[in-house]
Design a protein around this ligand. Sequence first.
Ligand SMILES: [Zn+2]
Length: 75
Amino acid sequence: MNTTQSAETTTPVAPELDATDRCDSCGSQAYVRVRLQSGELFFCAHHAGEVRDSLKPTALEWHDETDRLRDEHGA
Ligand SMILES: [Zn+2]
């Protein structure tokens, strides 16, 4: 007899960023939203990588949807 214990469910995170959110550095579609005390900043995957080291320690929230980029390209 098979007893199933708490099955692991992965709840997909609903994307909060869409095509109207633009990178503050270059204007590309933003995939990262950084919430700072002074407000919010948006970055594309490229610029998110550039500012990560300097901004992340002080960020209140680092919302990263760059995984979607890999998904869209397919495995
Ligand atoms: Zn950018």
